[in-house]
Design a protein around this ligand. Sequence first.
Ligand code: NAP
Length: 449
Amino acid sequence: MSLSSSSGQSSLSGAISFGPPVATPPPFSETLKRLAKTRSVNFSKTLKPLIAHVSTSNPSSTGRSAVGASMVSMPAVKPSMLLDFETSVFKKEKVTLAAHDEYIVKGGRDLFHLLPDAFKGIKQIGVIGWGSQGPAQAQNLRDSLAEAKSDIVVKIGLRKGSRSFAEARAAGFTEESGTLGDIWETVSGSDLVLLLVSDAAQADNYEKVFSHMKPNSTLGLSHGFLLGHLQSLGLDFPKNISVIAVCPKGMGPSDVDGRATDVALGWSVALGSPFTFATTLEQEYKSDIFGERGILLGAVHGIVESLFRRYTENGMSEGLAYKNTVEYITGIISRTISTKGMLAVYNSLSEDGKKEFEVAYSASYYPCMDILYECYDDVANGSEIQSVILAGRHFYENGGLPAFLMGKIDQTRMWKVGERVRSTRPEGDLGPLYPFTAGVFVALMMAQV
Ligand SMILES: NC(=O)c1ccc[n+]([C@@H]2O[C@H](COP(=O)([O-])OP(=O)(O)OC[C@H]3O[C@@H](n4cnc5c(N)ncnc54)[C@H](OP(=O)(O)O)[C@@H]3O)[C@@H](O)[C@H]2O)c1
């Protein structure tokens, strides 16, 4: 994921401007008041209807111009597909979320005794790669299987000359015990291959991986990125292997012997997941990559950088500007949103603060939505995946070009100020609510819904 951070980040930070907005969305408070009049409003549920309302195709109802409305008109939302699954090993439960039924399997140590059944026929699980996922997944699998008294071998497979051999050995995986070895020998000797090398490496090596896998074995992914790449080339996974995924969300899509779902559930339970629910690989990669660009890697960084510049150019001290941007968003606003919801941020402001919030919210909402549309389109049409793959190739000598390593995010003026600020004040200072930053941040979150 780290490979892709730079492209998403720069595209969003460049797009948020504070000039006059092309079309002004309804003020946050007015929209909420109107919603409160027209339906019984539980405010924690108003945030989604707010967006649905903004995107109406009847601009006169909101008093907005047709230009503004058409700029942000939403594509027709397809009814969400029913993601049910069958399991003969685990207990499935129905949960209802936002009026949709979903099925989950709750995890827990008490289910470890079911792992041998879930992994029936599997003698070796090959964990390929030792980045952020490989070490965690391999060690959790090894421990859970040991607790289940299973004799399935968890073996790490690494490329020749990999510096990760030393780290894997330190974690107790060794060549002597048959739990550490060459990447290709591990792929071809495993019944379940967890492909946890970087997404760019998956895109560059998938043919070799497929050709080394045993017929009827199972490929496990932790991201739908490879599917997105194959789709962009008009290709698909081989038909003689099962393909499953266990990500923060996701398992599917193909199953050669009818056992893939239970293997995926076993894998998830063995990793210690508290809940497992079904989605498709395609939904997984689209929502995951878009979400990363829209919030995690791109937008939040773009927002704090641009607000920091705005505040300091308008005379705010650097230290205060850092506090009112980075610390505010990662501190009190995140804590308020995750414990009380987005509306609580607005409600906690003074009357003057609410006005400032609304100015910032109105100026930012449409620019955010505009760039989020671009991010979504780029993910959905494969351009983003392609740019990640190309960026990944810059890290190595390539076609006569020298390697061009990824730059560090913390080299800008804002992060240098942050280093100084953090070293001179006590930890845990959540700071006051700063209304303008709150308005921009909430607008971004709302534009993404
Ligand atoms: N769903 C999630 O929340 C989530 C979170 C994180 C990751 N993931 C997914 O998990 C997978 C692994 O991600 P990660 O972050 O753990 O790993 P990563 O840091 O992206 O990749 C690290 C591993 O890839 C190996 N690698 C890189 N280029 C290679 C090549 N050309 N040939 C062979 N190996 C190569 C590295 O080998 P060396 O050890 O030799 O350097 C290292 O072991 C990805 O699909 C990622 O999207 C999902």
